[in-house]
Design a protein around this ligand. Structure first.
Ligand code: PEP
Length: 249
């Protein structure tokens, strides 16, 4: 059975007190969601928010982890450290990390392996930039991202992966992919997964859409057969909006 999911990505927003206040409100309001609900927070929130959400259906994700196990890597946070906070997910491959922190497919492959080895589930982001969409290369870009960082995984490991298709031109821009564009890409991604892991595994793989998904367009996007939910940036910072998106799923 495919898991439906709405995941928030707070990015580098909110100090600890603000984050705790938002998580507290979400805990009160999200008591019986019809899908898996995850909030991705900055590292500094993970312990307190995880503790706060004990007994709640909301799961907690880190937005990144290191590509090394441990040691002299000043400022880095390992997958084991993330796991020790109580977080159970890690978002990897976000386009902002690829673009601003030069995370290559090879680096992301290492991060995925380390996160899975620590028992974290991974929400892995893929998606093309505007020029690639304009030159109709979105399929090859996404295929290469999957090939480069994920398709070495065993079938057992694959079950810990949630994919998030996030066209980069839609992230934080107010430009959402049309429901048709999202459905076409999600169906294509599922076909690639089927080629590597078989039809059943592909059927069971959760593929989220991300990119200016909000309380107004979520229902229309989620109505598509291969769109299993959303990875939400800006709208996940406002409880009313995030709750409305969860209700649309
Ligand atoms: C994101 O950064 O993952 C994202 C989807 O952002 P936004 O919803 O703000 O476009």
């Amino acid at each position: 059975m495919r898991t439906r999911m709405v995941a928030g990505n707070w990015k580098m927003n909110m100090n600890l007190q603000e984050g705790v206040a938002l998580a507290t409100e979400l805990k009160q309001r999200v008591t019986n969601p019809g899908c898996e609900v995850v909030i991705g927070t900055p590292f500094i929130h993970l312990t307190e928010v995880s503790r706060l959400l004990e007994g709640s259906p909301i799961r907690v994700a880190a937005e990144n982890c290191a590509d090394q196990v441990k040691g002299a890597y000043t400022g880095e946070v390992s997958a084991a450290m993330v796991r020790s906070t109580g977080a159970t997910y890690c978002i990897l491959g976000h386009s902002e990390r690829r673009a601003y922190y030069h995370e290559t497919a090879e680096i992301l492959k290492k991060k995925v392996d380390l996160a899975l080895a620590e028992g974290l589930r991974v929400i892995f982001c893929i998606g093309e930039v505007k020029e690639e969409r304009e030159s109709n290369r979105q399929n090859e870009v996404v295929a290469a991202q999957l090939e480069g960082s994920l398709f070495h995984l065993s079938e057992e490991q694959w079950k810990q992966i949630t994919l998030a298709y996030e066209p980069v031109w839609a992230i934080g821009t107010g430009l959402t992919a049309t429901p048709e564009q999202a459905q076409d890409m999600h169906a294509y991604i599922r076909s690639l997964v089927a080629k590597h892991y078989g039809e059943q595994v592909a059927e069971d793989t959760t593929i989220l859409y991300g990119g200016s998904c909000n309380e107004k367009n979520a229902a229309e996007l989620f109505a598509n057969r291969d769109v299993d939910g959303g990875l939400i940036g800006g709208a996940s910072l406002v409880a009313d909006k995030f709750c409305a998106i969860i209700a649309a799923r």
